[in-house]
Each structure stands twice: as C-alpha cells, then as structure tokens.
Design a protein around this ligand. Structure first.
Ligand code: GLU
Length: 496
C-alpha cells in the first residue's frame, strides 16, 4: 500500500505554528514511507474565507520546506484540490446518503431551532442538539414541504444507540457513545457541504491512507467513522496529534494565553512571524519535530532527513506539548553558526534593508565570521550591525562617553588622535595591522599601561553601540574612510 497523507487547512489567511507541526508530521510520514503528501484546501465555509488565504498557506509551507506532491497549484490525478471546486461531488454523495436511507432532509429553519433551544433552556431541560424530528417525516410530508419550496439541509442519521470505537494510532481505542453524536448536517441549505461530508468524501476519493491531524478534531472522528460505514468505504488510519500549548504550558498557544515566551520575546504564533523574526526553516523544522515526538538518544538537534528512519506514529506522545521557544532560539543559533559566511550575509541582508541600512556586500561579508556566534535570530543582526548604517542614524556621543578612569580626558584625546592618524596613514588597513597598532596606542596612553580602556572607548566611537561586534572586525567592515570619519568625530568631541 502506498502511503497517502494530506494536510487540509481551512484558509484563514495564515499558517498557525500548530498547524505547521501537523503539516510537518504528515510530510515526514509520507517521505519516510515513500508515499505522497497532498495539500487540500478546505474552503467550504465561505463566511470565513479570507482574501489571499490560499497563497499565504502555500507560501508558508514552501518557506518551511514542506513540498507537496499534489495540490491546488500543481494539480494531480484526483483533483481539484480546493473544496469549493468540488461542490458537485459532495451534493452527489449527500444525495446518495438520502437515497440509501442514511440521511434525511431536514426542513427545520434556523429560527425554529433557536426557538427550541431557548425553550429547553427556559424549561431547564438539557439541550441535546437537533431533536431529530425531521427524521420521522413521512414521504407525503416531505413532498408537501418541497412543493412549498421550503429550504432544507441534509442530516446524517447517527446510530441511536450503541458505541462507536475509533482506533487511533497514537491514543489506542477511543469509545464514544452514539447517543452523544447527534444528526449532523452534511449539506447546508445553500447546497454546500459541511466540513464532515467534504472531508470524508475527499479523503476517500483522494485515496488517503492515514489521517494525521490535530487533537481538536478527535470528537468528529466517530461521526466520520459512521459515515465511512454508511458509504461502505474503508476508513483511513487515524492519528490525532497532541495539542500545542503556550511556552509555560498553561493554555492553548495564542498571544492571549501568554504574551511573552520563555526567552522574553513576544510569543509568535504564525509561521510568517517566525520567518520575519529571523528563524531559519531548518531550525523551525527541527524544533517542531521535537514537539510531541523525540529523536531519542537525548538528541535535540537533527535534520528532518536524519529523523525520518526513526519517525513512528506510535512514538508520538499523546499528552499536550508546550512550545519551548528558548530551545528554538538555541537551535536557530546553532544553524546560523553552521552557515557559510556568504549565505549568512545573504540571509541577514533583507533584515538590514528593512531597517533602512545600506551596507555593502564586502562590509557585510567582513563582519560575518565575528557575527555568526552572536546571532540567535537573523533579525538580531539589525541591532548588532546598526553601526554599518547611515551616519545620521547613529546614536549621538558625548565627550564623557569616551573617557575612562584609567584614560582621562587628555590621555583619551591623545590616544584618539594617534589612532586617527594611524588609520589615515597606514598602508594596510586589515585586521592584524589595526589590531597591533591599536593595542600599542592603548597601552601607551592608559594610566595602567593596559590596552583595554582605550579599546573599549574606540569600539564605542566606531560602533556607537554598547552591544556590537568586536572593534577590529567592525572597523574592517566599516572600511577605512568611515572609520576615519568616526575617529575624527571622537577627536573633535574631545577637543570641544
Ligand atoms: N480543515 C480542517 C482544519 O482546518 C482539517 C481537519 C482535518 O485534518 O480533518 O484543520
């Protein structure tokens, strides 16, 4: 049997990180078994439709590196892969259910249903959902309603007693009492299907073998099993994935349940937010694979390819899993360190540009080796490399910032003059040459004969930042002309 799995998001306009984890597990399962990963858009709830939503979800999946074998954009043998384009098929199968006695037309109006609900509340009776009265309509009554032109929905006839057992590959057998399931709507009065009908019909006709989806859908599984039985179709294997919790594990992941993560940053929820914050897809994949599943051998950093041979559904932990963002920061930092400097420079460039910095490729490349160990997120580069940006964007300095206990005013002025002259005159403006000269200047002028006080102040004069890359790398990145200009500014400040 060829494994066929699907990721079936409802287009909300963005990809939630919890959904991305579902997509990843489906993708891993398909790749592990040499099967197919299918993307299907479940857009039958037109009220919730958001413009551009299809593109957003595809863009984010692609960015994450989860490619699909069949889908809305590339088609495939069992398409179309957008539910709103399959309405005819759902109508046909809803009709089939009615014809074969598994479903019925319900003419109760929304107003009538609401009235019954209110009456039940007023009488303090438990309201158990639809009271099934149309299930008992005679052929004459139905014909009369239809002659009147009354609108109707199609409801599935749930078994009235007994139990439905769902075999879940992660949770084992789960037993549901049929009396709690209710006669759910399959086809709405506008002729569009509900999620249940469309989902089951599509999974069947798309040849889906395994359903890996979020835990929140578990309550729909018995209804879906009953639908498969009514159709006489073999159900796929179900595997409900554990809920994704916020970093402290106190609630579902959302900015409302927790605003800041365990690393002190704003909690991110959408995949696009992770991308914009400067996380690498490789780090995010690794991180998500650790949510509810683990590689074993106490190993937290691994590539998805390395994980595939070990990935088994029964090893997924059914307990809700929290998202430890600090782990993601750590992983991202590790992957950043492994990037070749050219690639890292390319990756941080958009962040710098967005912040309004114009930095030459050469300068950026020069600083990368010093940078890579310091970045947790690519966006950290904006803060670190702010000194490369336009001069008018730099923080102002005061003369007092350039003096030190061991390097009082006159000494600081002499040291900065000498440093400036060196930069102006030196034949070689490279790291070892600058380093040697600046150490000598620092040692000569400080009261304690140590280079530290001057080097610290020179770094501030060059980078204008408390937190910055090391001095010599920064100077090389900034280039001779701009370094000279900043040392000139320092001298002018100390002279004034
Ligand atoms: N469209 C559903 C969602 O938005 C899919 C649920 C399922 O995978 O069955 O998550």
């Amino acid at each position: 049997m060829t494994v066929r799995v699907r990721f079936a998001p409802s287009p909300t306009g963005y990809l939630h990180i919890g959904s991305a984890r579902s997509a990843l597990f489906n993708w891993m399962f398909a790749r592990k078994h040499g099967g197919q990963f299918i993307l299907r858009l479940e857009d039958t709830d037109q009220k919730r439709e958001v413009a551009g939503a299809h593109e957003a979800v595809m863009r984010d999946l692609r960015w994450l590196g989860l490619d699909w074998d069949e889908g809305p954009d590339i088609g495939g043998p069992v398409g179309p892969y957008v539910q709103s384009q399959r309405a005819e098929l759902y109508r046909e199968w809803a009709g089939w259910l009615v014809e074969h006695g598994h479903a019925y037309k319900c003419f109760c109006t929304p107003a009538e249903l609401e009235e019954r609900r209110r009456a039940a509340v007023a009488a303090k009776e438990p309201f158990v959902g639809y009271d099934r009265r149309c299930r008992l309509l005679t052929a004459e009554q139905i014909a009369a309603f239809e002659a009147e032109g009354r609108e109707y929905v199609i409801r599935f006839k749930a078994p009235l007693e007994g139990e439905t057992v769902v075999e879940d590959a992660i949770r084992g057998s789960i037993t549901f009492k049929n009396e709690q399931i209710g006669d759910m709507v399959m086809l709405k009065s506008d002729g569009l299907p509900t999620y249940h009908l469309a989902n089951v019909v599509d999974d069947h006709f798309m040849g889906i073998t395994h359903i890996l989806r979020a835990d929140e859908w578990i309550s729909t599984a018995p209804l879906h099993m009953n639908l498969y039985a009514a159709f006489g179709w073999e159900p796929p294997v179900y595997a409900h994935l554990p809920l994704v919790l916020n970093p402290s594990g106190t609630g579902k992941l959302s900015k409302r349940t927790q605003a800041f993560d365990d690393a002190g940053h704003e909690v991110l929820v959408k995949v696009e937010e992770f991308r914009d914050a400067g996380f690498l897809p490789v780090a995010l994949r690794n991180f998500l694979a650790n949510v509810g599943w683990s590689f074993g051998d106490d190993r937290e950093k691994f590539t998805i390819e390395e994980a595939l041979p070990r990935f088994e559904l029964q090893d997924i932990n059914p307990a809700p899993s929290r998202l430890p963002y600090s782990k993601l920061e750590w992983l991202n930092g590790q992957y950043i360190q492994e990037m070749p400097p050219e690639e890292l420079a390319q990756a941080v460039r958009p962040f710098l540009e967005r912040a309004g910095y114009t930095v030459s490729d050469e300068a950026l490349l020069a600083i990368m080796p010093a940078m890579s160990v310091r970045l947790k997120r690519l966006s950290d580069a904006v803060e670190f490399l702010g000194f490369l940006g336009a001069d008018e964007k730099q923080a102002p300095l005061a003369a007092g910032d350039l003096v030190h206990k061991k390097l009082p005013h006159e000494r600081a002025l002499a040291a900065f003059r000498e440093a400036r002259d060196f930069v102006r005159e030196t034949e070689r403006f490279d790291l070892p040459t600058i380093q040697e000269a600046f150490y000598a200047i620092g040692e000569r002028h400080a009261e304690n004969g140590k280079a530290g006080p001057f080097l610290g102040k020179a770094r501030l004069a060059i980078t204008r930042q408390e937190v910055s890359p090391p001095l010599f790398e920064s100077m090389v990145a900034l280039g001779r002309e701009r370094s000279l200009a900043r040392l000139n500014d320092a001298v002018a400040l100390l002279q004034s």
